[in-house]
Design a binder for this molecule. Sequence first.
Ligand SMILES: Nc1nc2c(ncn2[C@@H]2O[C@H](COP(=O)(O)OP(=O)(O)OP(=O)(O)O)[C@@H](O)[C@H]2O)c(=O)[nH]1
Length: 418
Amino acid sequence: MAVVLTAALVTGVVLTRRRRISLTQKEERPRPSGYQASSGISLAPAAPDATAGEAVESAEVTEAPVEHPVAERTEVDGQPGVGDDASVPRDSVKRGFVEVDLPERASEVEEIEPTEGRLERLRGKLSKSRNAFGTSLLGLLGAGDLDEDSWQDVEDTLLIADLGAATTTEIVGTLRTKIAGSGVRTEADAQALLRSVLIDALHPSMDRTLKALPHAGKPAVLLVVGVNGVGKTTTTGKLARVLVADGRTVLLGAADTFRAAAADQLETWGKRVGAETVRGPEGGDPASVAFDAVKRGMDAGVDTVLIDTAGRLHTKVGLMDELGKVKRVIEKQAVVDEVLLVLDATTGQNGLTQARVFAEQVDITGIVLTKLDGTAKGGIVFQVQRELGVPVKLVGLGEGADHLAPFEPGAFVDALLG
Ligand SMILES: Nc1nc2c(ncn2[C@@H]2O[C@H](COP(=O)(O)OP(=O)(O)OP(=O)(O)O)[C@@H](O)[C@H]2O)c(=O)[nH]1
């Protein structure tokens, strides 16, 4: 009796539990409305209005029956089958080689952003300089009558933004004279005045064209120099892209023989735009690599040879002499059209010291100011041109492959003033 009762009790408990379990509602997962990649990236169709027509066309293409070379098909119903279940008998004619059109060879060369209007497009990258510079200056000048303290603030703002003492004194002097003469009543007046004074201080008449086109049947040769880590290799690579985008053929010379990684880095940039890179053995003579690169460039008939040199501390006399040698050796067979000095805008005054020493060693024809995106001291542009009498030709505004812009005083000042 006890056994029967126990058995009935156990069966009852189990049935109750089962019922309870079966009563628990299965959690319904929301059904994805479209295709969901397993990595969690949600894929969405393109914006409807812009590509509506295309979307319809492609849908039609997808639904159209796929054409098979019917004559050569052996299966008839398209269903898989094995052994005796196969829809195609074993002894039927075997499927032969079917010619399939291969897709056109994918180009390894990347799309390059047009160079025109880059400074305008990248103006947001100058936001640090704009905040430290334009915003406060406009606030001060637009406030109406300026007392001595306000003028002191204007001066301080320019100095903090790295315009240097001489440029600052000049700009403040001009502003004072012009404001005394015409008066500034609104912020718009202040903006217009400041704009014209700053543009003038950037010497807009300086020749900023990059001498990078072939002449007398020989390629243009550009030498890229500067201290370590300023962005020489990156700039050389970005410059190659600018030229290729313009339809030019380019050859790169890796005259940085100190670091194999530097030559690898340059070669990678070259591959991305389909440009050949000439490099030498690690620790080899950079002048000889530069010579070989120019020779190869002439033989191959390219438009431009870009030579990236090793970063050298301007305080090391031997290395600076070596730079002079690189240039002289190239000149045995071709003219060096540009010597571009790359300066890191974030280093401020130190950049100027470097510039002076490099200028003593080789004739600098243009300055590339890199990393302007990472500093509030965009004013260095004013100073470096004044000190060297050499135009800033290009500015680096980021690590992106196309973050190199031609320097245009008007667009630059507009970006600073917001
Ligand atoms: N934010 C920013 N970074 C830059 C810019 N230009 C270069 N860089 C970065 O600066 C670093 C150094 O650049 P490199 O091109 O290797 O410098 P380098 O002068 O060739 O260096 P060495 O060969 O060691 O002398 C890299 O991380 C670049 O991505 C720029 O305009 N903006």
